[in-house]
Write a protein that binds this ligand. Sequence first.
Ligand SMILES: CC(C)(COP(=O)(O)OP(=O)(O)OC[C@H]1O[C@@H](n2cnc3c(N)ncnc32)[C@H](O)[C@@H]1OP(=O)(O)O)[C@@H](O)C(=O)NCCC(=O)NCCS
Length: 168
Amino acid sequence: MAALGLAEHPLGSRPPAFSHTVVTRNIVYEDLNGARRLFGGRLMEWIDEAAGICSRRHCGMQVTTASVDTLTFKRPAHLNDIVIIEADVTYVGRTSLEVRVESFVEDLPTGERALMNKAYLTEVCVDDAGRPTVVPWGLELTSEEERREWEDAKKRIVFRKTREGEGF
Ligand SMILES: CC(C)(COP(=O)(O)OP(=O)(O)OC[C@H]1O[C@@H](n2cnc3c(N)ncnc32)[C@H](O)[C@@H]1OP(=O)(O)O)[C@@H](O)C(=O)NCCC(=O)NCCS
């Protein structure tokens, strides 16, 4: 999939900072699994929620989640831990956009953050009938890191297409 020029996004472009999203949660009993750790399904819900808010902010319209990849649980979280979930748009295609979501556990009292999970989600802009529709805003890249993510996103798209071709 080729990167698209501004002309195909009728309203211009927005930087990732415009839609940067931070969701903060405190782990309560209902969030735990049988091993008294944060239930992975709950974290996935929070990740999906953060990506949905972030992509809706970028698009200014409704989105739906098409895919989630690289869900790797690097460390556990426990009762009363503070979890911070940060979402940023990394790539904008024709009707879809990629959102990176990083989840951290925050230590008290130091405030240091440990990465718990990093995921990339593909969100698709949809109209009232649920049909894919053009993302009105392109992505304005403002830093080297954002440009690198954009280039890496193109590789991830190829990888996803390959996996799709293999029946995943
Ligand atoms: C996502 C959905 C709208 C895509 O519809 P579709 O008819 O396959 O649309 P298209 O083939 O035209 O693809 C639209 C865009 O989505 C992307 N896309 C579609 N399926 C994808 C997938 N599995 N992974 C990543 N991107 C995907 C396409 O690459 C395309 O992007 P582009 O326009 O930027 O190039 C449709 O599959 C759907 O409604 N799925 C259910 C979504 C849902 O309910 N999510 C909630 C989770 S339960």
